[in-house]
Design a protein around this ligand. Sequence first.
Ligand SMILES: [Zn+2]
Length: 135
Amino acid sequence: MRKSSETDALIDALTELSNQDMLEVLQAVFARRIPYEPEQDFQTSHYVLSVTSNVRLDDWEDGEDGLPAEEWSGWNLRVVGDYDKESYPEVAAGEIELGSGEFDQRGMCRTCQTPVASIAKRAICPVCGAKVFLM
Ligand SMILES: [Zn+2]
């Protein structure tokens, strides 16, 4: 990426947004950009935001050599879906906010079998557009 004061300002602005606002901005960008131009007739593609996590499983006890015995779960990828605006009209109207504002609700889309994260339990799968219920 060519760095300029404009891109620095854009990065700063995106960094300061809440998770939900960042998602909405990126979804608006993703709606205008397609990843692959020439194959639209027989293939459809779109960008999605995703989050990946690696969870430490051990209990932070020292290993035999005195070093921490680290055990990790392995990287886990989830696509980030918007909350379901039909299920939360008061949120969509800006009257209340949802939970922590973090993408900590997780589950699986039953339609396309994609792991999904969102700020709300009722969300929209960004891959296939199905409504999903997260925990
Ligand atoms: Zn899906």
